[in-house]
Each structure stands twice: as structure tokens, then as C-alpha cells.
Write a protein of this length. Structure first.
Ligand code: IPM
Ligand code: MN
Length: 359
């Protein structure tokens, strides 16, 4: 059965690196008979400025009905200082489709890229599960006396039993299925007694259902420190929305940089969305120097999820090979272009796959 993929290139370098991901998908389709169909949507700053439309009405239902996966490029453009279109599109899809799992693998593919001394590939290999539909991201709040000396801003932090439980269960189930031994839950319950107190009590219940898994809790500040001191102690980390946002950028650096970090937004049984962890980087947009590796690894994560795990593994293997051979863009100290690196990886992935391997 053909998998239908909605592609939203987004803004800035999002557009450039997404082009490399779609070129890979199209080549896999043409030359290795990968059964995919790619449909592009021009949602982003350009359309928002032109037509005032961010996420078109009916878009969520259409994505849900007609697609198996969504691939989204980074959103953000200096001409839209409020970033309203990005909130509407990215957060609109995460919340609107209830994609409550944000899976962010942290895997060092080439030891020389790790900023920590004497660490190798085996020391940095874990997954962060970030709650993706609650926390301060829900947008509940308001401003009182705006623009005055007495201005007050309130931003609520939403935590529900259902929301906390399902992300914890997902993380434990993932560990169990993947044969991983250690799950670390992180929050700030020593300061946020109510919201993260709920994380504590639900965690206390959920962990008991998984006696074979070694579970522990770290406050988020300690976790940040431990991720740097000894990243090898983690298999699975699970945390709330904003804390997960912050530590996933820390994780991205441990694996060699934000240009290498893929992610998936999931709700089991529903259409999922795949995105790079990096942003639209307007300052380097249009120069053909953005690193396409995160986008290609994200495509791999998506194909893995769509049932083509051999291709996902192959993409990862070839990206590691490119890193080893210094076939890299300037962010990693190289001189190659976005299209140069993208093409190099694409050709090698194609060469290694026989048509029959894909089906
Ligand atoms: C991310 C990004 C987004 C987030 C922004 C753009 C709203 O930083 O995907 O990590 O905070 O979730
Ligand atoms: Mn982020």
C-alpha cells in the first residue's frame, strides 16, 4: 500500500533541507520502488504574509484523512516577529492532532563530533520523550494592564493526569519493547509543587507496572548536569513539554550539533509528524550551506515508523559515513553545500538498496 506523505517545507533553511529530504524520498520511489507519494503544502511565512493564512481551515481533518505521515520543515521568519504562523501551524498540528509524544533520539554517530572529551558512540545513545500537548505551551493566560508600568502577564502551566500518564506509559512501553533497561523521569517538583507534584504521583503509579525496568527520578537541573557529566547512564528520558524542549537542545549538542537532530511527533494509531529539532535559521537561509543531515535522519525516522526500518537504518549508516569522511557543511567545519551533502548521501543510500529490499 502506498504511504501518503504531506510535506510542509516551512521557512528559511527549513525549505532548503526539506528539499533534500523529498529528493531522497522521490529517488527511493523512482529507483528503489519505495511505495510513497509526496504532496507539498506551502504553509509558512510567505503565504501568511501574502494571504493572512497560517494553518488553512480544514487542514487538520484533511491531514488526518488523507495522509499517513507529515514531514514539516522549520518555521520562523523575521518578517513575522510574533511568530504567529509558526505557532498556528506547528503547535496547531501538535495540539490539533493530539500528537502527545515528542520523540527526540540523541545518538552520537561519529565520536569526533562530541563536545565532551573522551566520549564515543556508545556513551551517547538515548531517547528523550517530551510531553507534547500540555505544560505552558497550551496558551492559557493573559495580560493585565498591558503597556503600563503595572503590566502583569500570566501564563498557566497545564498538567493533567491523563496527559502525564500517557507519556509516561509510552516511555516505559518503548523501553520494554526496545529491550532498554533504564527510564529516567525528570521534573521540577521541588519547586512546582502542584503541576509537577502530579508528575510525581502518576510516575509513582506507572513505574510499578514495569518492575523489570530500572526507573529513577532526577530534578531537571540535576538531569542537565548529569547529561553532560555522564550521558552513558541514560536509555530513556521522559519529561514535560518545556523541560523536554530545553534538554533536547542540550542532547542535540551531545550528538554533534543541532544540525544532526531528528524528531517525531506521535500518537499511536494516528497520522504522525516528523521534524528536525533545529529552527529556520534566517541568517544562513538562501546560501545553500545549511546542514541537511537532521532532515535526512528525520526522513529515516519517518520511514522507520511507516514500516521501512531497513531504509531508516541505511540513512543513518550513510550519514555516519559522511561524518566520518568529513563530507559536511560549515556548521560542522566542512566546506560542502546543502545540496552537495544531500546528493552524496542520497546516492549512497540508493546504491546500497536493492528494489526488493524496500517492499
Ligand atoms: C522545537 C521548537 C518549538 C518548541 C518552537 C518553535 C515553538 O523549539 O520543536 O523544539 O518549542 O516546541
Ligand atoms: Mn526547541
Amino acid at each position: 500500500m502506498t504511504r501518503r506523505i504531506a510535506v510542509i517545507p516551512g521557512d528559511g533553511i527549513g525549505i532548503e533541507v526539506t528539499r533534500e529530504a523529498t529528493a531522497l524520498l522521490e529517488a527511493l520511489k523512482r529507483r528503489a520502488r519505495l511505495p510513497v507519494e509526496v504532496v507539498e503544502f506551502d504553509w509558512g511565512a510567505e503565504k501568511y504574509l501574502r494571504e493572512g493564512v497560517s494553518l488553512p481551515s480544514g487542514a487538520l481533518r484533511m491531514l488526518e484523512r488523507e495522509f499517513d505521515a507529515i514531514f514539516i520543515g522549520a518555521l520562523g521568519d523575521p518578517r513575522v516577529p510574533s511568530n504567529q504562523h509558526a505557532a498556528d501551524i506547528l503547535l496547531g498540528i501538535r495540539f490539533g492532532l493530539d500528537l502527545y509524544v515528542n520523540q527526540r533520539p540523541v545518538k552520537l554517530l561519529e565520536a569526533k563530533l562530541c563536545p565532551l572529551k573522551s566520549r564515543s558512540e556508545k556513551d551517547v545513545n538515548f531517547v528523550i520523550f517530551r510531553e507534547n500537548t500540555e505544560g505552558p505551551y497550551v496558551g492559557i493566560g493573559g495580560i493585565f494592564k498591558p503597556g503600563t508600568a503595572g503590566e502583569v502577564a500570566v501564563q498557566e502551566d497545564l498538567n493533567t493526569r491523563k496527559g502525564v500518564e500517557r507519556i509516561l506509559v509510552y516511555a516505559f512501553e518503548y523501553a520494554q519493547k526496545q529491550g532498554l533497561k533504564r527510564v529516567c523521569m525528570s521534573d521540577k517538583s521541588n519547586a512546582l509543587r502542584f503541576g509537577h507534584g502530579l508528575w510525581q504521583s502518576v510516575y509513582g503509579e506507572v513505574r510499578q507496572r514495569y518492575p523489570a525496568i530500572e526507573s529513577r527520578h532526577l530534578y531537571i537541573d540535576t538531569l542537565a548536569m548529569e547529561m553532560v557529566r555522564d550521558p552513558g547512564q541514560f536509555d530513556v528520558i521522559v519529561t514535560s513539554n518545556m523541560l523536554g524542549d530545553i534538554i533536547s537542545d542540550l542532547g542535540a549538542q551531545l550528538q554533534g550539533g543541532i544540525g544532526l537532530a531528528p524528531s517525531a511527533n506521535l500518537h499511536p494509531g494516528r497520522v504522525s509528524m516528523f521534524e528536525t529539532v533545529h529552527g529556520s535559521a534566517p541568517q544562513i537561509a538562501g546560501k545553500n550551506i545549511a546542514n541537511p543531515m537532521a532532515a535526512l535522519l528525520t526522513a529515516g525516522l519517518m520511514l522507520d515508523r511507516l514500516g521501512f526500518s531497513n531504509i531508516g537504518m541505511e540513512i543513518e549508516r550513510v550519514v555516519a559515513e559522511a561524518l566520518r569522511q568529513d563530507c559536511v557543511t560549515p556548521d560542522l567545519g566542512g566546506t560542502r553545500s546543502t545540496t552537495g551533502v544531500g546528493g552524496w548521501i542520497r546516492e549512497r543510500v540508493l546504491q546500497s538498496l536493492q528494489p526488493t529490499q524496500v517492499m
